[in-house]
Design a protein around this ligand. Structure first.
Ligand code: HSE
Length: 398
């Protein structure tokens, strides 16, 4: 019998304890030996919890328990989560995590430490929640040069944009509901400003291109400036608005960015609604594949973390540590990547046509129009859009 410990008893930690108990036979079979819960690290008492006999507030109890072979870090953040992950690896325990911030910022370092100490470091739940994504990207697509990874990697913002588009809810109403449902981070800034999507995009770029990318170097724009008028005009033009994380191989090197995009209504990502995530991967041999599923929530994320626990146990003699890339990876400037753009402006059709002859402006309930431009780099777009009184512009997924 092998024991595992859970660090953190929030949304994902609670879900993980339930999923591990619910599927204990199947997970033990996947692990190759019986799995048993050893401890749950908590910050305060849960007197009514059915798991209370496993709870401890002292990490050294877990660190010093020789029966614990795997530690599931679902605390979040880069403080205690980083410290405990390091200590667990140094104590010879595998670490699995759904903590995208920790993986994006310190993942390469923890992976190197895990290799040095002959243990696994797995983080399937850190991107796309319950979607099997990172393992397929690294293993099933190993015969491919990855040219682009792009997708909807934040459930909260997708939930908000879907509610604004389909139900006409305002931003605040939709955010409140996302928080009630446990999708949003405790501080929703990380979701709505695109920071959570940026961390996940960094992990996807690391795994795809062989360089370890600093998430702070990824240009990131969230959804707070997406106006109801953008959703209305986008729909009239045949598009919807989605927050996309993109990491692409270009002639100038790899670039990555997170921005709201107009996605054609016929594109597969346009029908990915609510808390669902989807990630497309373009590979040299396979072409394009799309992974889709619930990107947040207790049980979907626990599904990925639980499978990591089983895999870590199954691979104790042959540890699994995905390659998060060499340090020092520089990103090519995203603003030079040409793209068609959507522009919202208060301008008459003649003024638009003078600078954008390709545009077919549409008008909504306000005096503003929306139109799609020919492909161009951001700087050229900014100059031209300013000349027609552009109020907002977003990339269009071609
Ligand atoms: N807040 C995140 C989201 C949770 O909304 O996608 C899952 O990483």
């Amino acid at each position: 019998m092998i024991k595992y410990a859970i660090l953190g008893f929030g949304v994902v930690g609670g879900g993980l304890a339930e999923v591990m108990a619910d599927q204990s036979e199947k997970l033990s079979a996947a692990a190759g030996q019986p799995l048993a819960l050893g401890h749950i690290l908590v910050r305060h008492d849960y007197p009514d919890s059915p798991w209370r006999s496993y709870m401890t507030q002292d990490f050294s109890v877990i660190e010093n328990d020789p029966e614990v072979a795997v530690v599931a870090e679902v605390i979040g953040g880069v403080g205690a989560a980083y410290d405990y992950s390091r200590r667990a690896i140094l104590a010879g325990k595998s670490v699995v995590s759904s903590n995208k911030q920790l993986v994006a910022v310190h993942g390469a370092e923890l992976a190197a430490l895990a290799r040095e100490h002959g243990v696994s470091y797995l983080f399937e739940g850190s991107v796309g929640g319950g979607i099997p994504l990172l393992r397929p990207l690294c293993r099933c697509l190993s015969a491919n040069r990855i040219d682009e990874v792009y997708g909807i990697v934040n459930g909260t913002t997708n939930y908000i944009l879907t509610a604004m588009d389909a139900q006409g809810q305002d931003f605040a109403q939709a955010l409140k509901k996302a928080q009630e449902l446990g999708y949003a981070e405790a501080d929703p800034t990380a979701d709505v400003e695109g920071i959570d999507a940026c961390r996940k995009t960094a992990i996807l770029a690391d795994l795809s291109f062989g360089w370890n990318v600093d998430p702070d170097a990824i240009p990131t724009t969230g959804i707070t400036k997406v106006a109801p008028a953008d959703l209305e005009l986008a729909r009239a033009l045949g598009y919807t608005v989605k927050l996309l994380g993109r990491a692409a191989r270009t002639e100038n090197g790899c670039c990555a960015f997170v921005e709201p995009h107009l996605v054609p209504l016929g594109h597969i990502l346009a029908s990915v609604n609510g808390v669902m995530n989807a990630c497309a991967v373009r590979g040299s041999a396979v072409g394009e594949v799309v992974f889709c599923g619930p990107g947040a929530g207790a049980h979907p994320t626990a599904s990925a973390v639980a499978a990591d626990i089983a895999d870590a146990v199954r691979h104790m003699a042959d540890p699994m540590v995905p390659d998060l890339g060499r340090p020092g990876g520089k990103l090519a400037p995203a603003e030079e990547l040409p793209s068609p753009w959507y522009v919202r402006a208060e301008a008459d059709p003649e003024a638009v046509k003078a600078l954008f002859p390709e545009a077919e402006p549409v008008y909504g309930t306000s005096r503003e129009c929306g139109f799609i431009t020919r492909p161009m780099p951001r700087r050229e777009l900014e100059t031209l859009a300013a000349a027609v009184g552009g109020r907002a512009f977003w990339r269009v997924l071609a």
